[in-house]
Design a protein around this ligand. Structure first.
Ligand code: NAD
Length: 358
């Protein structure tokens, strides 16, 4: 047994969870002490934002429906300007990581409290991590001021999320928890949250795939997303997140499907260096092997397992290996270009994880 030795940082957020919990919206806006909320959404989720504005009545300042992936600086500036013009004193981000990312940019500019109403399983609402993209370059920072003050998790709001998106979104969250288990600064609390998150997400994703209207399964996935996001917001991430950041940022691959494809290969790569984390990931996936378990979870639930399916060009694997092995994040197993290149080849081909590991 290892000696306990850790630092733990709790991130404050009020969490209201449950199917139908959106009914508490007005109560929660009042609890923030605010009068006029700007509702943020993507163009595709305008109807959800309108429903929220209708619930708020006179407390709705307006709707900004321009959220897009990776928070372009000009979009953040537009939303910030609209918040000022409408004299909003609070922003409500309803949507996935893209919309919540925009909410974070508004919080940073104005110090106004943010409420998040997540409708995917990305987990961004629980992290102080924010992105902004300028001139095609996505940069990431950490600032606790961007953390939403209140999060309403209502599984009913995820019912419109198509099954394929729900599955990859859930596995994206599993990746946060899996890396949290072997993070350099992991701690016992992050560890049990991570294990519980992986178990809930795996059961949730499987349940959603079996029956897309299953609110219980969607609730399990959302509960897991909360825990996984908390882990992501508490401890550092490793090789998996570095690879996905590279593939998304430099090759424009879709966020959650990329996480889904890459995770099994990183788990295989790190397996021997982090045996206790792998045992816990495997246990949470109800399997004997963490990497194979993650691979089969994707495969059995109709998710992509190969980067080639996501539009990656094979000729770009060399450049991806160069970028990912330059300035690497800390990782339990050391990183060199040759091993990252063969990991990427396995992921590109969709081979079983660890196929080309020596
Ligand atoms: P997303 O927010 O981009 O949503 C994907 C699409 O699904 C969008 O068009 C959205 O409108 C739609 N959608 C969302 N919920 C829906 C629902 N319930 N019904 C129907 N359509 C719905 O995707 P995402 O995977 O949630 O977020 C990805 C982004 O979040 C990436 O940019 C990623 O970098 C960021 N992210 C950040 C953090 C962080 O901690 N900062 C964590 C995770 C993800």
């Amino acid at each position: 047994m290892a000696l306990l030795d850790f630092t733990y940082l709790a991130r404050p957020a009020r969490v209201v969870f449950g199917a139908g919990s959106l009914q508490h919206l007005e109560r929660e806006v009042l609890a923030l002490g605010t009068e006029r909320a700007l509702v943020l959404c993507t163009p595709g989720q305008r109807a959800a934002a309108e429903a929220i504005a209708a619930r708020l009545g006179g407390r709705a300042a307006g709707i900004f429906d321009g959220a897009v992936m990776h928070v372009p600086l000009e979009v953040a500036r537009e939303a910030q300007a609209m918040a000022r013009a409408l004299r909003a004193d609070c922003a409500i981000a309803v949507g996935g990581g893209s919309t919540i990312g925009l909410g974070k940019a508004v919080a940073l500019d104005s110090d106004m409290p943010i409420m998040a109403i997540p409708t995917t399983f990305a987990g961004s609402e629980m992290t102080p991590i924010y992105d902004l993209t300028e001139g095609g370059l996505k940069r990431t920072w950490i600032d606790p001021r961007v953390l939403p003050r209140t999060v309403i998790y209502d599984p009913a709001l995820t019912l419109t999320l198509p099954v394929d998106v729900a599955v990859t979104s859930g596995i994206n969250a599993i990746a946060h928890a899996a890396e949290g288990l072997y993070a350099r600064d992991s701690n016992p609390v992050a560890g049990w949250m991570a294990e519980e998150a992986i178990s809930a997400l795996a059961r949730g994703v499987t349940g959603i795939h079996a029956n897309e209207r299953d609110v219980e399964a969607r609730g399990l996935a959302l509960y897991g997303a909360w825990l996984a996001g908390t882990v992501l917001g508490t401890v550092g991430m490793a090789l998996h997140h570095k690879l996905c950041h590279t593939l998304g940022g430099s090759f424009n691959l879709p966020h959650a499907p990329t996480h889904t494809v890459v995770l099994p290969h990183v788990l295989a790569y790190n397996a021997a260096a982090a045996p206790e984390a792998m045992r816990r990931i495997a246990r949470a996936l109800s399997t004997d092997d963490a990497a194979l378990g993650a691979y089969m979870l994707a495969k059995d639930n109709g998710a992509p397992v190969a980067l080639r399916e996501l539009g990656m060009a094979e000729k770009d694997l060399d450049r991806a290996a160069d970028i990912a092995s330059a300035n690497p994040y800390w990782n339990p197993r050391s990183i060199n270009r040759a091993s990252i290149r063969s990991l990427l080849q396995d992921a590109f081909d969709g081979r079983a994880p660890g196929s080309s590991l020596g």
